[in-house]
Design a protein around this ligand. Structure first.
Ligand SMILES: Nc1ncnc2c1ncn2[C@@H]1O[C@H](COP(=O)(O)OP(=O)(O)OP(=O)(O)O)[C@@H](O)[C@H]1O
Length: 566
């Protein structure tokens, strides 16, 4: 199967083909200069041996060497710039895949693991692009050219060189394999470190409050040590490659000197060709070491590619069918309808046959003991939990008939544990707000409804305040900001999961009023424990063990608190 990472890199290289063509031309120039230099030196020796001046030849040698060096540097710069773009393109695709896959895949993989692939493994791929596009082809080209000239100069001496390098290359294969294994283990351990550290940071206050710093440190230590141990194993294998090439070169030099000396004295080889052959032999070691090291680095990059491939193969969220296949919502249909909805995750029966209806306007409350399945009902509407059987309709159309984006555009959610993004308050509040025309008035209006206007006005940067760990928002303030965000979104179904659980009486009353006025024009579903919220519901569904066990409807012209069992 083709690696999606490699396919991405190829596509990026395709986009940078002009620069790569320039790099290839420069690399060829560099290689040609490297090949020409010893021949020019041999020519100079011939001139000197014949008692003639060799100044002109030596100046040409110097010129060719400088041109070769400049061409090599230019080629490497061009390839590096294309490589950076390839890494950036791959990183963006990894982020896109992570954001567009379903929650189950995301949670199974672990966000820390994914982070380490986006940051660490993608960085490792720079090695791959550098090596593959620059070091390796140039060295291979030079080695081929040197080899061809060496055969032309004296094939007997070349056989001596090949036999020594063949023995060395067989030993190198073992080192290359162990480098790859070490690389895979190191990247996996690094992923674990990121995963563990992220989870500790997410609960850092709990860790501190319970004095669990050293316990957490110990949990992370074994993975950190594994990163180091695999790194050392990889470095050991890699560091054996250069000396091995050095030893092969020395053995080859001794062999070439012995055999070459005999051939020069017998007149089978001229002195100038013998010197040129030796120069090529010394020059050959550089490209050979680069090739061997490049192969080692490619092994490391391959392990990174395997790990990125896993993310790039994440399935996208089921997108539903195109809107064209569905008629416009009818006014007579309820906003939401569940018929015998069942959800099973692995062996766990989360919902066991839920039937309920939510009218187009008004508030429906879900009540019940902890773990009953209330949040799961909201999650299945959002598509965070997959439906096992049963039927859900939104405005009369089955959820399968809505694309995920369209369905979510109709629905707004305030989660039980709301989160704010690390961006300005304004951006947090207008996240997904389709009606927000760029003016702040609607934002202030939403903040007023949740009793937060004064607080935000008092902040030195107002709506431009960036929400980070140092902002120090209280749990109740976070909850009210999340409610304001939901009020600003132009969705016709609004889901609230225990929206007042962290609020004092005054803020609870303000929020209840905001929800009431919202329910006058929209369908509101609220998971609630507080009587103040339940009191305002037109229908209350009592949920237990994944089922609706009772339904209470408020009577016509009822007074507050008057909820009767049908
Ligand atoms: N993705 C999931 N995988 C496995 N089990 C799940 C999943 N989501 C929910 N559950 C389980 O389903 C049950 C219902 O969970 P849910 O969060 O819906 O309860 P709840 O009624 O909202 O509880 P609470 O009032 O405490 O928030 C729980 O036992 C929970 O562990």
């Amino acid at each position: 199967m083709t690696s999606p990472t490699v396919a991405l890199v190829r596509a990026e290289f395709g986009r940078g083909r002009a620069r790569l063509a320039g790099a290839a031309t420069l690399a060829l120039t560099g290689a040609a200069c490297a090949v020409a230099a010893p021949l020019l030196v041999a020519g100079a020796i011939g001139e000197l041996a014949g008692g003639r001046s060799a100044w002109a030849d030596l100046i040409i040698v110097a010129f060719v060497s400088v041109v070769g060096a400049v061409a090599g540097a230019g080629s490497s710069f061009l390839v590096t710039s294309v490589g950076e773009l390839a890494v950036a393109g791959t990183r963006m695709e990894l982020v896109r895949r992570a954001l567009t896959t379903d929650l189950t895949t995301l949670r199974t993989a672990g966000t820390g693991e994914i982070t380490s692939r986006i940051v660490g493994d993608a960085g490792q791929m720079r090695t791959y692009t550098d090596v593959l596009a620059s070091g390796l082809p140039v060295s291979a080209l030079s080695a081929c050219a040197f080899t061809a000239v060496m055969i032309w100069l004296d094939w007997v001496l070349f056989v001596v060189v090949v036999s020594t390098f063949l023995v060395a290359s067989l030993s190198m294969r073992t080192f290359l394999r162990s480098t790859r294994r070490a690389g895979l283990r190191q990247q996996a351990a690094l992923g674990q470190v990121t995963q563990q550290f992220q989870s500790v940071m997410a609960s850092v206050t709990t860790v501190k409050a319970f004095g669990a710093e050293s316990t957490m440190l110990e949990r992370i230590r074994s993975d950190v040590e594994e990163v180091a141990a695999s790194g050392v194993r990889g470095a050991l294998s890699q560091s054996c490659i250069t000396p091995l090439a050095g030893v092969a070169q020395q053995v080859a030099v001794v062999g070439v000197l012995a055999v070459g000396g005999l051939r020069v004295s017998s007149g089978a080889l001229s002195l100038a060709h013998f010197v040129a052959f030796l120069m090529y032999l010394f020059q050959l070691v550089g490209p050979l070491v680069t090739i061997a090291q490049s192969l080692g680095r490619i092994q490391l990059a391959h392990s990174a590619i395997e790990r990125m491939d896993e993310v790039l193969r994440f399935p996208p969220e089921a997108s539903g069918v195109a809107p064209a296949s569905r008629a416009e919502p009818s006014d007579d249909e309820p906003a939401l309808s569940f018929q015998d909805v069942r959800v099973q995750v692995n062996e766990h029966h989360v919902l066991r046959g839920v039937t309920l209806q939510v009218p187009r306007t008004g508030m429906v409350a879900l009540v019940g003991p902890s773990g009953a399945g209330k949040t799961s009902i909201l999650n299945v509407i959002e598509g965070f939990l997959p439906l096992t059987s049963g039927r859900i309709t939104i405005h009369g159309h089955p959820i399968e008939a809505w694309s995920v984006a369209e369905r979510r555009a109709r629905v707004s959610l305030v989660e039980q544990r709301p989160t704010l993004l690390n961006v300005a308050l304004r951006q947090n509040l207008t996240l997904g707000a389709t009606t927000w025309g760029g003016g702040d008035e609607s934002v202030w209006c939403a903040l007023e409804k949740v009793n937060l206007r004064e607080k935000v006005e008092s902040l030195p940067h107002g709506l431009d305040t960036v929400v980070d760990e140092a902002t120090g928002l209280s749990g109740g303030e976070m909850q009210r900001l999340a409610i304001a965000r939901a009020l600003l979104r132009d969705a016709d179904i609004v889901l609230f999961d225990e929206p007042t659980s962290a609020l004092d009486e005054e803020n609870e009353n303000a929020t209840t009023r905001a929800l009431q006025s919202l329910a006058a024009v929209k369908a509101v579903v609220v998971v609630a424990h507080r009587p103040s919220l339940i009191r305002n519901a037109c229908t209350v569904y009592s949920v237990d063990r994944g089922r609706v066990v009772t339904r209470y409807d408020a009577g016509d012209g009822r007074e507050k608190g008057c909820i009767r069992n049908p």
